[in-house]
Ligand binder design. Structure first.
Ligand SMILES: Cc1cc2nc3c(=O)[nH]c(=O)nc-3n(C[C@H](O)[C@H](O)[C@H](O)COP(=O)(O)O)c2cc1C
Length: 192
């Protein structure tokens, strides 16, 4: 799909409900776009796993459920809300193509550029995507499930597919709206 670059930037929003996976061709286009990203010393430190086995996808979804359940601040929200949010994270793995993006240890930064390229390419393919982060025991567990060698680690999991929801406007993001444009811009030195 031809699309103006800035339009693609605006259209890229995190999707957490999917109604169908990407086609094999779309997924390959997206992954190829990812691997065109710049990388420190041109190391191209990404290893990308297309996760197709439902059993593995279910394990990833369950681990995200457990991680979210114990990570959300119990002081700031009640147990029902925590459960609801954890379930939404788990359910977001349904009906999507699941891609685990991994990096060589100590070489994570460039892989995030690969992930952003993939997120934008998904838009160009008429699809939506969502990044899922893992850390701690759950991240290690996934690395075992995916059979990562010791000198690699999981960067993030990307869900890609046909959007099944219309995202809120950027201003209504429940995690907080966008900061005002240029409120983050400084000249010469950091200004408070
Ligand atoms: C490093 C990183 C980790 C993220 N992890 C998660 C996650 O685990 N689950 C999730 O639902 N969204 C995750 N997101 C998506 C953010 O919540 C989202 O980008 C942010 O709220 C802004 O919304 P937008 O992407 O629609 O502009 C992550 C995004 C980034 C960049």
């Amino acid at each position: 799909m031809q699309m103006d670059f800035y339009e693609a930037i605006e259209k890229r929003r995190t999707i957490r409900v999917f109604k169908g996976p990407a086609t094999e061709e779309q997924l390959k286009n997206i992954i190829l776009a990812g691997t065109k990203a710049p990388s420190a010393m041109n190391k191209q430190p990404w290893e990308i796993i297309m996760v197709e086995e439902q059993g593995i996808i279910d394990q990833l979804a369950e681990l995200k459920y457990e991680l979210t359940s114990k990570s959300l601040p119990a002081g700031a929200m009640g147990p029902e809300e925590i459960k609801e949010r954890a379930l939404a994270q788990k359910n977001s793995f349904e009906n999507a193509s699941i891609v685990a993006v991994n990096n060589i240890l100590e070489w994570e930064k460039s892989v995030w550029l690969c992930i952003e390229n993939m997120s934008l390419a998904a838009v160009a393919e008429g699809l939506g995507s969502g990044i899922v982060l893992f850390w701690g025991d759950e991240k290690e567990e996934i690395e075992k499930i995916l059979g990562l060698p010791e000198d690699y680690e999981l960067t993030a999991v990307l869900k890609i597919g046909v959007p099944g929801e219309e995202p809120n406007t950027r201003e209504k993001n429940p995690m907080g709206g966008r900061r005002p444009e240029f409120s983050w811009l400084h000249k010469n030195r950091f200004q408070k």
